[in-house]
Ligand binder design. Structure first.
Ligand code: GLU
Length: 421
């Protein structure tokens, strides 16, 4: 095993590059394409002036990285956080390329981020920042170029402002420029729940593959944001036993199973899970290493590292977040024979429903929710089967199989298109 410093281990770009290099090597990818795919196609940095509520002017730094447009328009979310870095956005942009290729939808990969603390900003400040960020990117985004979506700390409202700003510049309404919009302006039914639903479908497939059943599967989920809460809710309804929910500032644990329906109502009312009395309080870091069958890290990057991987008890890990496991932790978990469903497959339900939204916007014809869910289920099941059989055929783990499958698909498109000179 290669030794790396913790700082290197938790750099998402390094995490992405380590997996990419390994998969590319196993694929015998030729050196030229290796160079093309290892780095993003385009990186835009913008400095966004915003008038704050008190009349002062603040300048925020924003990024949009387009990793690849080989298979279609670049696609990926935008995150707002105080600690966003270009390296992180780069890694997330390449993950989007691999994710879209794993589920075989016609998009490349991109990601955006703005360094800001949305909790400390008013709605008006957030709106002005979002609109100016969109205006700065106006020539780089568009339904055929690059289609943003929500990610950490961005939501349907932020997408509505982006859509409106872009449309004002174009002098016409362009719904397909972003996905994850409100239903009233070209959003898709089922998009909000899609990442959580996709995770449940993947968990079902993993159980089937390993000969387990829902009722005997004890689940711990880290995160109760859009992804974690919807996964918990749907899985509880489907009969899984959710025994732990981790959140910043403290988690919940009940070995008899948490009543997620009651927690869902509580969180809806109080905007937090803290104070819910149907479970005991347990530290979130502790929950990651608590005994369970299925662990779903659905919060943020670098949660399973060389520091805690050897203490993980779960038999299955389904990655709801992007990059929750470091490359070093992968090696430790492989020795422990943990069945990992990697992020680029496990959480691809969100971007898959985004694809449906983009298609519906361009068709001007909107599908019933049952159609969205049915199509989503079909793509997720098929992609799980593709990855697992690829892993068996090439004798690699699921993560490397997913990367190999994705890199192979993107590389063969580039080979056919050729390099423009
Ligand atoms: N931010 C989500 C992701 O990481 C969704 C991206 C999208 O829908 O374009 O997959």
């Amino acid at each position: 095993m290669k030794t790396v410093s913790l700082e290197q281990e938790i750099n998402p770009w390094e995490a992405q590059a380590a997996r990419f290099d390994l998969a590319a090597k196993k694929l015998n990818l030729d050196e030229g394409l290796w160079k093309v795919l290892r780095y993003p196609n385009r990186e835009v940095i913008v400095h966004i002036p915003v008038q704050m509520d008190d009349g002062s002017i603040e300048v925020f730094t924003g990024f949009r990285v387009q990793h690849s447009i080989a298979r279609g328009p670049a696609k990926g979310g935008i995150r707002y956080a105080p600690d966003v870095t270009l390296d992180e956005v780069r890694a997330l942009a390449s993950w989007m390329t691999w994710k879209c290729a794993v589920v075989n939808i016609p998009f490349g990969g991109a990601k955006g981020g703005v360094i800001c603390d949305p909790r400390k900003m008013s709605k008006g400040e957030l709106e002005r920042m979002t609109r100016r960020y969109t205006a700065e990117l106006v020539e780089f985004i568009g339904p055929e170029k690059d289609v943003p979506a929500p990610d950490m700390n961005t939501n349907e409202q932020v997408m509505a402002w982006m859509m409106d700003t872009f449309s004002m510049h174009m002098r016409q309404t362009v719904t397909a420029v972003v996905t994850g919009k409100p239903l009233s302006m070209g959003g898709s039914k089922g998009r909000r729940e899609a990442t959580g639903r996709g995770i449940m479908i993947i968990c079902d497939e993993a159980l089937k593959h390993l000969g387990m059943n829902r009722e005997d599967t004890r689940v711990i989920i880290q995160g109760f944001g859009n992804v974690g809460s919807n996964a918990a809710h749907l899985m509880h309804q489907a009969g899984y036993k959710v025994i732990g929910i981790g959140e910043v500032g403290g988690g919940l644990y009940n070995p008899a199973g948490i009543d997620i329906e009651a927690l869902w109502d509580y969180a809806g009312k109080h905007r937090t899970i803290h104070g819910f009395n149907g479970a005991e309080v347990r530290d979130t870091a502790e929950l990651l290493v608590t005994d369970c069958d299925l662990l779903i890290p659905a919060a943020t990057e670098n949660q399973i590292t060389s520091r805690n991987a050897d203490r993980i008890k779960a038999k299955i890990i389904v990655e709801g977040a992007n990059g929750p496991t470091t490359a070093t932790a992968d090696d430790i978990l492989a020795d422990k024979k943990v069945f990992i469903v990697p992020d680029i497959l496990a959480n691809a339900g969100g971007v898959t429903a985004s694809y449906f939204e983009w298609v519906q916007d361009r068709q001007g014809y909107f599908w019933k929710e049952s159609v969205v869910n049915e199509q989503l289920e079909h793509i997720m099941r098929e992609s799980f089967a593709d990855v697992v059989s690829y892993a068996q055929a090439h004798d690699v783990n699921n993560r490397i199989a997913a990367y190999m499958l994705a890199i192979d698909r993107v590389a063969s498109t580039i080979r056919q298109r050729g390099i423009y000179a």
